[in-house]
Design a protein around this ligand. Sequence first.
Ligand code: OAD
Length: 242
Amino acid sequence: MHVFVLTGAGISAESGIDTFREPNGSGLWSRFDPMKLATPEAFQQRPAEVQAFYNWRRQRLIETRPNPAHLALARFGQELHEVGGRLTLVTQNIDDLHERAGSSDVLHMHGELLKARCLVCQGVSECRGEISPHSRCVACGQIGALRPHVVWFGETPLFLDLIAEWLPTADLFVAIGTSGAVYPAAGFVAEAHRHGVKTCEINLDPADNASLFDQSIYGLASHCVPAWCERTLASLKAPPSG
Ligand code: OAD
């Protein structure tokens, strides 16, 4: 069985990471204007403000820990592999909580907060501190040319070729903790349907594209994801009936 999981900000919410869109207005994009902080134009016009926003988020990320949903998915990947299955884990999140929980080969389609990219040589390097005008690229030595290795609005998400290749080969597509508001990720459920892949949503509230899913499970990720992983593995290990 090949399970293709897409995660969004909701899976990291209980670790203390802000989501972007919340019905009560507490999401990051209710407090900050994404057009002023998460576009290449914003970075060109106000680099210090944009770097400060990502420096602040990087610092906060370092203080967090994976929650039971990240841990359950990591175990699920290992156990699925042991019974001959495969997990593809794609995340829109720029945090490293899946990796810290033990997942490997995570496709970060919106980049990674703990990495910096050099505008001169395009080299990507680890980055756990602040990016400042004095930061030096470890690859080419250039000073003041680093940006967060994240995908901004108007830029092309990463790994789209692999995603296009692997999604149609899945038996099940599961979207966890994502509002279905941002494309191309919001279009994966329709793409899965086109290829006859079963679909399931695990979320706190119905996503914008909730009606497209075959199955919906609503509740906290820390509760629903471990329970779903356990059920799915049990059904795979169960002896065939009859
Ligand atoms: P959103 O903030 O848009 O949606 C988060 C979803 O998680 C919502 O549907 C919530 O109901 C749900 N949620 C919140 N807490 C939860 C919990 N404890 N358990 C389960 N679900 C919970 O985040 P994304 O869909 O990931 O892109 O946002 C997609 C992209 O929009 C982000 O990657 C980011 C943002 O703009 C860029 O910055 C380019």
